[in-house]
Write a protein that binds this ligand. Structure first.
Ligand code: AVI
Length: 320
């Protein structure tokens, strides 16, 4: 499968230089904090796939069940002829359920993802399983301005952003993404998955699984720095910390120093006192009304909401 635009793989040394620069900045600021995008190297992506299979991690299986149950209804909201843009497409597991509910010749599918090899491999698999489907992959960072292929004549452009990935954005980033999407999906709409506010104990279990997979996923950021950048720190120097912060309605993940220690990177020493953390991720939880209000400020009108019996997760149709 060829990408829809001219694309060259970024050089590995340029990526490592960016990681090093961002890690230096992360360790120099107070409080220490790094972007969650650094979770997702090969090892981290594999660990995230394992998280999605955990019984405690309800978002994936709840959203899949909603898609299985309501895909026809969701596809009907989208319209008869569509260009379906999936943001941050990844493995294409969820979108298959939606595509399966649409007549094959009525849809052009445009998966957008920053990881070229991963995206193109997933598209090859999809093309084999759904012969005749028009697939136009786009290798791009969907949070930045990008050029989508023109919408086929007579079709509406609609978006799909599952997984509550928007929850990992800061409120400013979420707002910027929704504005960008409202602009490029004008006349169509967006189907988006969001994780809902719920009892803290359920959230706590989902981000502190008994098998320790989420801990390994979190710790992988520093393991990656060790592998790729030669960072040095004691083996048992950091531990996984995840808790619900009700003031911000978000799970926060941190790496906490188990004792006073120093992390060395490119000859620089960054000191941690005992208990000091490197903030690695926040995962915002929303109410349906709160999210719809945020989307309205960005230019969307609220539409149908599909949610599970517990009210733990929701897929929202937003008209643009
Ligand atoms: C990708 N994202 C929506 C996940 C979440 O739940 O915020 C990432 C994750 N972090 C820990 N577990 C899963």
């Amino acid at each position: 499968m060829k990408p829809g635009i001219e694309w060259r793989a970024p050089r590995a040394d340029a990526e490592a230089a960016q990681f090093a620069a961002d890690l230096h900045a992360a360790l120099a600021r107070t409080p220490k904090a790094i972007s969650p995008k650094y979770f997702y190297d090969e090892a981290g992506s594999r660990l995230f796939e394992q998280i999605c299979e955990l019984p405690e991690y309800y978002p994936t299986h709840t959203e899949l069940a909603l898609l299985q149950r309501h895909a026809r209804d969701m596809a009907a909201q989208m319209g008869h002829r569509v260009q379906l843009v999936e943001y941050g497409a990844g493995a294409l597991r969820k979108v298959r359920l939606l595509l399966g509910a649409m007549p094959r010749d009525s849809v052009q599918f445009v998966p957008v993802d920053i990881s070229g090899p991963h995206l193109l491999g997933a598209c090859d698999g999809l093309a084999a399983d759904m012969p005749g489907l028009d697939i136009q992959p786009l290798v791009a960072d969907f949070t930045r301005p990008h050029s989508l292929p023109p919408c086929p004549a007579g079709a509406r452009r609609v978006g799909f952003f599952p997984g509550s990935s928007i929850g990992n954005f800061t409120p400013a980033e979420a707002d910027a993404f929704l504005r960008l999407a409202a602009g490029e999906l004008a006349g169509g709409g967006l189907l988006i998955g969001i994780d809902l506010v719920k009892e803290a104990s359920v959230l706590h279990a989902a981000y502190n699984d008994t098998a320790g997979v989420t801990a390994a996923f979190n710790l992988n950021v520093l393991e990656r720095a060790r592998r790729e950048l030669g960072a040095e720190f004691p083996d048992d120097g950091f531990e996984h910390l995840a808790f619900y912060n009700p003031a911000y309605r978000r799970i926060e993940m941190h790496l906490r120093a188990t004792r006073p220690l120093s992390l060395q990177l490119d000859g620089q020493h960054y000191d941690f006192h005992e208990g000091e953390t490197l903030h690695t991720e926040h995962s915002h939880k929303y109410t349906v009304a709160g999210f719809q209000a945020m989307a309205a400020r960005a230019g969307f009108e609220p539409g149908t909401v599909w949610t599970d019996a517990n009210g733990w997760f929701a897929l929202l149709w937003l008209r643009s």
